[in-house]
Design a protein. Structure first.
Length: 369
C-alpha cells in the first residue's frame, strides 16, 4: 500500500476548509452541527476546520441559539472586518470601482470619468492605476488587508493590462487580474442567485458580450455581439450582416434610436433614450421594440445551445429592459426568464471583488496572523 503523502493531506484539508467556508457564506448563521450534517464531515473534523478559519479571521462566533434538545449551539458567521476585495470596471466612458468586505458589505463605490475606447493605451492605464491606488489606500487605511484586485475589461482592452497595473501599484502583495467584463457581471449575478447554476448575463457596452455560468462555473468565450439576428440587415465590421451589435452595441443603439453618430457622452445618450421612452415617444419606443425583437433572436439561440434558467441584461441594456424585454420574450417559451440584472449598475466591479473572495472558497486562504 502506498502511504498518503503530506501534500495530499494538505490538499484535502484545504478543500475541506473551502467547503466549510462556502457553506457558512451561503447559510450563515449556522452551527458546527449544521455544517457537519450538510457536508458529511464528522464533527471533530468540522470543529478543527472551524477553529482554523476563526484563527485566519474568516469566521467568527456570533452567539448562542437554544434548541429543545441538548445544549445551545454556538452560531457561526463570516468575519467581515479584516479583509477586502476590489473590483474595477473599464466602461465605455467611465470607470466603476467597488470595494467589499468578506460578508459582501460594500465599503465604497466610486465612479470616475475615463478615456474612451479610442484613447491611447497609456491614458487608460494611467486612469485605472490612479483610481486603483486611491481605492487601495482608502481600504488599507481602514486597517483591512486587500486580498485581490480584479479589473473587468471590454474586448480588445490594453494588452498586458494586468502587468502594467501591477507595475503601477509597485507589485502589491495581493493578486491583480484582468477578466472579461461580462464574465465578472455573471459572477455577481450568481452571488445574488446562489441556487441558480445556469445563467447568461448579456452585457451592453460598445459591443454586446455574454458572461455564461454553466453548471455553476463560468465559461469563456461570450462574444455574442456577432450573432446574426437580422440576415438582411446592415453590414457589420466583422463582415457579416445583421449582427446583434448593430442594434444593441452603444454606437448602433444610439444611432438607431437617436439618429446620432458622433456621441461625446455615451451615458448621457442612454439617459436621453430612457427619458424619451418613459415619456412615451413613439419613435423611441418603436426603435427599442425593434431592437428587443432582435435581442429575442439572440436569446433564443443562447437558450437552444446553453439552456440557461435566466438571461440577465446588464450594462446599458439594464435601464432599457422595460422596453427591450417584452419584444425579446414574445416568441420564447417558458425558459429562460429574461430580466434586468439586479446588481447593476455595478455588476462588473462587484463581480471582480467577488472573484477575489471566490478564490478563498477554492482553498487560497490568507495566512494566520
Amino acid at each position: 500500500m502506498t502511504a498518503t503523502r503530506p501534500a495530499d493531506l494538505m490538499d484535502v484539508r484545504a478543500t475541506n476548509l473551502a467547503l466549510v467556508l462556502r457553506h457558512v457564506r451561503v447559510h450563515a448563521p449556522c452551527s458546527r452541527a449544521d455544517i457537519a450534517t450538510a457536508t458529511g464531515l464528522n464533527k471533530a473534523t468540522v470543529s478543527s476546520l472551524v477553529t482554523e478559519l476563526i484563527e485566519r479571521r474568516l469566521l467568527r462566533e456570533s452567539g448562542l441559539v437554544g434548541s429543545r434538545i441538548g445544549r445551545p449551539a454556538t452560531m457561526l458567521t463570516l468575519e467581515g472586518r479584516p479583509y477586502a476585495a476590489i473590483g474595477i470596471e473599464i466602461a465605455a466612458d467611465h470607470l466603476n470601482a467597488v470595494a467589499v468586505d468578506f460578508t459582501g458589505t460594500r465599503l465604497l463605490t466610486w465612479r470616475r470619468a475615463a478615456p474612451g475606447p479610442d484613447a491611447p493605451p497609456g491614458r487608460t492605464v494611467a486612469a485605472v492605476a490612479a483610481l486603483a491606488a486611491r481605492v487601495v489606500g482608502k481600504v488599507t487605511g481602514q486597517g483591512r488587508t486587500v486580498l485581490g484586485l480584479t479589473l473587468g475589461a471590454p474586448e480588445g482592452a490594453v494588452e498586458g493590462l494586468a502587468a502594467l497595473l501591477n507595475r503601477s501599484l509597485h507589485d502589491p502583495a495581493f493578486e491583480v487580474v484582468v477578466e472579461p467584463a461580462a464574465v465578472l457581471a455573471a459572477l455577481a449575478d450568481q452571488r445574488e442567485r446562489p441556487g441558480c447554476t445556469d445563467l447568461v448575463h448579456l452585457h451592453g457596452g460598445i459591443g454586446v458580450t455574454a458572461g455564461i455560468i454553466a453548471d455553476g462555473r463560468p465559461l469563456r468565450g461570450g462574444r455574442v455581439g456577432h450573432l446574426v439576428v437580422d440576415p438582411g440587415g446592415a453590414e457589420c465590421a466583422c463582415g457579416r450582416r445583421g449582427c446583434l451589435d448593430l442594434d444593441l452595441g452603444l454606437p448602433g443603439l444610439v444611432r438607431g434610436v437617436l439618429g446620432e453618430v458622433d456621441v461625446p457622452d455615451w451615458g448621457a445618450a442612454v439617459e436621453r433614450i430612457v427619458a424619451l421612452a418613459q415619456a412615451g415617444d413613439a419613435t423611441t419606443v418603436g426603435a427599442l421594440t425593434a431592437a428587443g425583437a432582435r435581442l429575442g433572436v439572440a436569446v433564443q439561440t443562447l437558450a437552444d445551445v446553453l439552456d440557461p434558467e435566466v438571461v440577465l441584461l446588464g450594462g446599458v441594456l439594464a435601464p432599457l429592459a422595460p422596453w427591450l424585454v417584452p419584444a425579446a420574450t414574445a416568441g420564447l417559451g417558458r425558459r429562460p426568464v429574461v430580466a434586468p440584472s439586479t446588481v447593476e449598475p455595478n455588476a462588473v466591479a462587484l463581480g471582480g471583488a467577488a472573484l477575489a473572495f471566490a478564490r478563498l472558497e477554492e482553498g487560497a486562504l490568507p495566512a494566520t496572523s
